[in-house]
Unconditional design. Structure first.
Length: 372
């Protein structure tokens, strides 16, 4: 857990109270609009959020402009809506920037999700694509939903906490989560305090099972990095899964196998890249199918297109120390390895008397979530 002074922790707590008092969640259009926005950051959704806020009080609209839309706000206006000591704490944590007597949330945004307030990367930008190296996607919401549906689990370990969204979004569970990225740990720690969940959730900086509780857990879950990219054009840590997209998943399965054998269940949400005939994920899972009962549910399949190569090139260019990467490099790489489709899927793994790999498509459980 990032070590905050008592003063900073108090200010984060006060910030949470301010958001609740201002009914920030309703101001952002409520849960359904936010879920739609996480799924596809479309301008029409942003317009609707702004239109809905039009009848709000002036200070609520300023709050929305600054914290949700991330727009530049004069210092004197910001200080009327947020206490100066809270503003300077948000600047210190890198969530707001102060420049020329103005505040601005350049890369971040406050999201109200399912009754929680989360600081995360802004999913939409007006001028340039987002550069925040944290992840926030619809798959995180689906993973939280799948974890909440598990029966008889009380304690869990999350690998790759990111913003802390998934662990926070499972209120019946006591969770410990690791993340290799110190910035993710810092933001997740802020989010835990913002939602007053310190008694239930904690995060630890480290690799994979760092901080795994000695007494064990009932469940392990993760939304791992899974996107394939060549070694000379890596992607940010939140997405890069090595050359075939499975480097992280392979390591994780090897390390959690003994924990699953001891009785813990495991849920992963990820995408498998492949062609019409299959994908390397299925071949990897086949190697574990004599030890575990594995349920692989495909949720959605999309053809990889030019816009995806552009997004991949943008991601690779963001990695420190790397140069500019062209979309053509990714297009050639993906075609050579026959990564033609992206298959979104969810995996349930457990030790059971009857082992084997069961593959299904478009589960009813997730149909609603995918089509809403
Ligand atoms: C796709 S993101 C998960 C995002 C998270 N579900 C959320 O909603 O914020 C994957 C996360 O795994 C973390 N990660 C990457 N390599 C890791 C490792 N070796 N050990 C632990 N975490 C790692 C990344 O830093 C990133 O935060």
């Amino acid at each position: 857990m990032a070590d905050f002074s008592l003063k900073i922790a108090d200010r984060i707590k006060d910030f949470g109270e301010l958001l609740r008092a201002a009914r920030f969640a309703e101001l952002c259009g409520g849960p359904s609009l936010i879920r739609q926005l996480v799924r596809a950051a479309e301008p029409t959704i942003l317009q609707e959020i702004w239109n809905r806020a039009s009848s709000s009080h002036a200070h609520q609209k300023s709050l929305l402009r600054l914290l949700f839309f991330g727009l530049q706000t004069p210092k004197r206006v910001a200080e009327r809506i947020i206490r100066p000591d809270i503003l300077s704490c948000l600047v210190e944590l890198g969530l707001l920037q102060e420049d020329n007597h103005c505040f601005q949330a350049v890369d971040h945004c406050v999201f109200p999700v399912d009754g929680l307030y989360l600081i995360g990367p802004r999913l939409f930008n007006y001028k340039a694509p987002p550069t925040c190296r944290l992840y926030f996607g619809y798959d995180s919401l689906l993973l939280a939903q799948a974890v909440r549906q598990e029966r008889n689990v009380h304690s869990a370990f999350e690998i790759g906490a990111g913003t802390g969204l998934v662990s926070l979004n499972c209120p019946a569970l006591r969770t410990v989560a690791s993340d290799i990225d110190p910035r993710a740990i810092q933001v997740a720690s802020v989010n835990i305090i913002l939602n007053q969940a310190q008694a239930r959730c904690s995060v630890i900086e480290g690799d994979l099972l760092a901080g795994f509780p000695a007494e064990g857990v009932d469940l392990i879950f993760s939304n791992p990095p899974y996107v394939p990219a060549p070694v000379d054009s890596p992607l940010p840590a939140y997405s890069w899964g090595g050359e075939d997209g499975l480097t992280f998943v392979k390591r994780m399965l090897d390390e959690v196998s003994t924990i699953i054998e001891r009785g813990a269940k495991c849920i992963l949400i990820l995408s498998a890249y492949g062609d019409e005939r299959g994908n390397p994920l299925e071949r990897l899972l086949a190697q574990f199918s004599n030890r575990f009962q594995i349920r692989l549910q495909y949720l959605n399949r999309t053809l990889i297109e030019q816009a995806d190569y552009e997004a991949l090139a943008h991601g690779a260019t963001m990695v420190e120390g790397g140069g500019a990467v062209t979309p053509t490099k990714f297009e050639e790489y993906y075609k050579k390895h026959r990564f033609l489709y992206k298959n979104d899927c969810i995996l349930h793994i457990r030790a059971a008397a009857r082992s084997g790999l069961n593959v299904s498509y478009h589960s009813d459980t997730f149909h609603d979530s995918l089509t809403c």
